[in-house]
Ligand binder design. Structure first.
Ligand code: B12
Ligand code: SF4
Length: 495
């Protein structure tokens, strides 16, 4: 059978968003499911790296039997559009959607051009779908299959809950990375390019109320063994690797084993990942060891300058840990990317307080987001009534989708002022002392600096201008002045 898997492109070129200048990773969701069906002909199209005309051309020229796509919430409509085109051009093909958005908000795909949504982890259920479709070209064949929500030929639905998670991640095949070979030079994290992406665990055992990772994976974490992680790192041709785990920094024993394995096999890669500040604060020696075997960057949600708000987010962490973590990372030359949240109830003093805190913290790269109730999270359930829109394009953590205390023009004017703290933090962090500690990384990434700087300069003309945000939401956001509840009651982090 011919199977076409499509990574949708952002809804408009050069929109506000991480993919512009900070981080674009290979579509691991698609390479992971593709690896389950090696006996079939599979193609992956990454529409972030292709001209829009390529998709209709491939659909009509190649006539796939199955077309699958993926979406996080911001890509919800783009994924729908991929499948609508597929149904128009190849009406007999099975159209499938998987990923976080359809798992947490399946109704987005109750349209007649999407045959089935795959809920939760995809590998095992995808294999079964392909087998069943090979036997019978009707969605009846998928009826009752756990992990799917299927539109049956008579228009009714067969809703079968979330997929069972694979009991042991080591037993799943390695993602079929060769299917995205031709895009490799286009994946990056800042100046780390070309960059491979792999995962070493799935899930998180914390339960922050603004995040749905723990709901998606039933608040359990499964890990690949150190041997398998090392195999996969060694197999990457790229010098830079992003470890995609939402919470890589967990279980010190597994990270010690991984460090030993990388040392023993002399695997030399620069790797970046995501991890919590409490773990970093509690394990300074382990961080130093990981830095020696290639750890080069960590993204952490520092979130806020307010202990009570941290508690309101159910982060189960402290401001003290944030301070310690930023220092430990700096001492080891590990670039700390701190993610912070502006809340809709912020007034001028709140913005000033947060920015002051960021400057004092000493992270290398601060990223300031706007607290957003994403589908599937506890916040979504609690604050859905108060949303000013359910247009998912704006759920990118860069737009306020709930009422703001300040008038929106002023809110965004205050928000974009983080340009200043971004600059001062970076200037203070990237000095000769910290850079010399990891000179080999900077030498390796040096050829990419001119392109990265050029992209940043171009992007900043959009990113730090309040009108960009207001323009995006024009005609989409309900009036800020008629919220269903007063703004102070919609205080997202303190209830
Ligand atoms: C890499 C990444 C990105 C990349 C792009 C990802 C990509 N598509 O290439 C970038 C950096 C651009 C990005 C951006 C954002 N991201 Co992001 N990102 C991730 C991350 C860390 C890894 C994704 C990944 O490759 N996972 C590994 C694969 C194997 O897992 P998977 O994608 O879930 O796929 C499995 C199943 O979902 C399913 N499946 C998925 N697709 C399909 C398709 C079919 C046909 C089938 C059968 C099955 C299937 O099977 C797969 C294998 O089991 C995830 C967290 C995570 N751990 O997944 C967050 C995550 C997806 N991002 C998230 C968010 C919120 C964002 C942002 C909005 C905000 C932000 N983080 O700044 C932005 C939005 C874009 C923008 N405007 O900039 C949320 C999404 C929540 C949601 N409701 O959608 C996540 C889950 C993080 C979190 N903690 O909540 N992100
Ligand atoms: S925000 Fe991070 S620590 Fe909290 S549940 Fe999500 S992945 Fe886990």
């Amino acid at each position: 059978m011919r199977i076409l898997l499509v990574q949708p492109a952002p809804f408009e070129e050069r929109r506000l968003g991480l993919e512009n200048t900070v981080w674009r990773s290979e579509p691991v969701s698609l390479t992971s499911i593709a690896a389950m069906v090696p006996e079939h002909e599979v193609r992956i199209l990454d529409m972030r790296c292709e001209k829009p005309s390529v998709l209709p051309e491939v659909l009509s020229g190649w006539q796939p039997d199955i077309v699958g796509t993926t979406a996080m919430t911001t890509d919800a409509y783009q994924a729908q559009a991929v499948l609508r085109l597929a149904k128009q051009i190849v009406p007999g093909a099975l159209t499938l959607i998987g990923g976080h958005h359809c798992t947490l908000n399946t109704a987005s795909y109750y349209v007649d051009w999407v045959d089935a949504a795959v809920l939760g982890e995809g590998e095992l259920v995808f294999k079964e779908i392909v087998e069943r479709w090979g036997r019978e070209r009707s969605t009846r064949a998928l009826e009752g299959l756990q992990g799917t929500d299927v539109r049956l030929p008579d228009g009714t639905r067969s809703k079968n809950g979330k997929a069972k998670n694979a009991p042991n991640l080591d037993h799943l095949p390695a993602p079929a990375r060769h299917l995205v070979d031709r895009y490799r030079s286009q994946y990056f994290f800042l100046a780390a390019k070309p960059m491979a992406s792999i995962f070493t665990s799935r899930g998180c055992s914390f339960d922050c109320n603004f995040c749905a990772i723990w709901e998606f994976y039933d608040r359990r974490t499964r890990f690949l063994s150190a041997e398998v992680i090392a195999d996969r790192m060694a197999a990457c041709e790229e010098p830079f690797i992003f470890l995609l785990d939402d919470n890589f920094m967990t279980r010190a024993d597994r990270l010690e084993k991984l460090a030993s394995e990388l040392e023993r096999r002399n695997i030399k890669k620069f790797f970046m990942t995501q991890g919590r500040s409490d773990f970093i604060a509690e394990h300074p020696e382990l961080i130093a060891r990981l830095a020696k075997v290639g750890l080069m960057g960590v993204l952490s949600g520092y979130e806020t300058n307010d202990e009570k708000a941290l508690e309101g987010l159910r982060k189960r962490n402290t401001l003290d840990n944030n301070i310690k973590a930023a220092k430990i990372l700096k001492d080891n030359g590990v670039i700390s990317t701190g993610i912070f949240m502006v809340r809709p109830e912020f007034d001028r003093e709140d913005f000033a307080g947060l920015f002051e805190y960021i400057e004092s913290l000493g992270v290398a790269i601060p990223l300031v987001t706007i607290l957003t109730p994403l589908p599937g999270t506890e916040m979504w359930k609690k604050y859905r009534e108060d949303l000013l829109t359910e247009d998912f394009r704006l759920f990118d953590l860069l737009h306020a989708v709930t009422p703001t205390k300040l008038p929106r023009e002023e809110f965004y004017k205050e928000y974009v002022a983080w340009k200043r703290v971004g600059r001062t933090s970076m200037k203070a962090w990237f000095n000769r002392k910290t850079m010399l500690k990891r000179w080999d990384f900077y030498l390796r990434a040096a050829p990419n600096f001119p392109e990265m700087i050029w992209k940043r300069v171009r992007y900043q003309r959009i990113q730090f201008v309040p009108q960009s945000y207001l323009r995006d939401e024009a005609g989409i956001i309900r009036s800020n002045h008629s919220p269903r509840r007063p703004v102070d009651e919609v205080s997202l982090a303190s209830k």
